[in-house]
Design a protein. Structure first.
Length: 86
């Protein structure tokens, strides 16, 4: 059995979708994961600062509840191993 790690912990931006489930704000790709929670929060802050409330609502719904979450990711390319969060 390989001693390689099966996952690495990264941080992702999440929101609660129309069905009430917390999920990723973007595509489940390594480029949308961050090394630290602070970096993920900075991305959320940039999205909300650089878009109108109307644009944010069109993509993530009215009054979206954004939150950074830790996420297990595949080593190397950092694609998330899940898109759903408690």
């Amino acid at each position: 059995m390989s001693a390689e790690r099966k996952s690495v912990m990264r941080y992702v931006a999440t929101f609660i979708n129309a069905h009430g489930a917390r999920t990723l704000m973007g595509a489940a790709q390594g480029r949308n994961t961050f090394e630290t929670a602070t970096e993920a929060q900075a991305w959320i802050d940039a999205v909300t600062a650089n878009n109108s409330a109307q644009n944010v609502a069109m993509v993530w719904g009215r009054n979206p509840r954004f939150e950074v979450r830790a996420c297990p990711c595949y080593p190397g390319h950092f694609d998330p191993q899940t898109v759903w969060f408690d």
